[in-house]
Design a binder for this molecule. Structure first.
Ligand code: A4P
Ligand code: MG
Length: 188
């Protein structure tokens, strides 16, 4: 006699969507202070809109921010994008690095040096990672106004996994909001 009960159970388990195929909500920080930063960030946002196996949810405004780190470098343009993706965390990191490279990103400018385009994964769902290749949530998230303000703009009710609400993080930071760049009438 075939084990009908067992095979039905197995069938049911097979039909159920597995957690690994569920899209994750991901927040990505964009930053640039070289080679036309407004254009660099705007173009990168367009590239994220068509990222493979992903759905674009929202993009913040563009913020003009004072450099963190060495002060003898141009001001930055920063923004945050929210996507849903079925790309796995490391796969996504490599996709973002490929976009950085296509923007002529070099990695020889020293710590916190000027760059054409930086794409950092701030949050990948509630995922935690503690390797040097990928740290999640991004370790700088709660210390950076240029990340928290655009994040707050697109998700004001966000509870930052493993940290606090976005409002609490902004209160703790106690930093003025950087100016928003109007991209109307701008050649980008
Ligand atoms: N890496 C680990 N975790 C992550 C993550 N969550 N997302 C690894 C992305 N990458 C992650 O990155 C260095 C390594 O971090 C990679 O190999 C990756 O595997 P990188 O992009 O090559 O170098 P980086 O960005 O210069 O490094 P770092 O230290 O992350 O710099 P930050 O923290 O991004 O700071 N001032 C203003 N106003 N606005 C800015 O955007 N950005 C920086 C760079 C300095 N000052 C700034 C700004
Ligand atoms: Mg980076």
């Amino acid at each position: 006699m075939p084990d009908i009960k067992g095979s039905q159970v197995r069938k049911k388990q097979k039909a159920r969507p597995t957690r690994t195929n569920m899209p994750a909500s991901v927040f990505i920080a964009l930053g640039s202070n070289l080679s036309g930063p407004v254009g660099q960030v705007s173009q990168a946002i367009n590239e994220l809109k068509v990222l493979e196996n992903s759905r674009f949810i929202a993009a913040s405004s563009l913020y003009k921010t004072t450099p963190m780190g060495p002060q003898d470098q141009p001001a930055y343009i920063n923004a945050v994008v929210n996507i849903q993706t079925t790309q796995k965390p490391l796969e996504l990191l490599h996709s973002l690095q490929a976009i950085e490279n296509s923007h002529d990103r070099t990695r020889d400018t020293g710590r916190w040096g000027a760059r054409t385009l930086d794409l950092d994964i701030l949050l990948y769902g509630i995922e935690r990672s503690n390797t040097s290749e990928l740290t999640l949530p991004h370790p700088g998230l709660q210390h950076r106004g240029f990340v928290l303000y655009p994040l707050y703009e697109i998700e004001p009710n966000l509870n930052v996994p493993h940290l606090a609400s976005i409002k609490q993080l902004l209160d703790q930071l106690n930093e003025a909001m950087p100016p928003i760049i109007s991209t109307k009438n701008l050649e980008i």
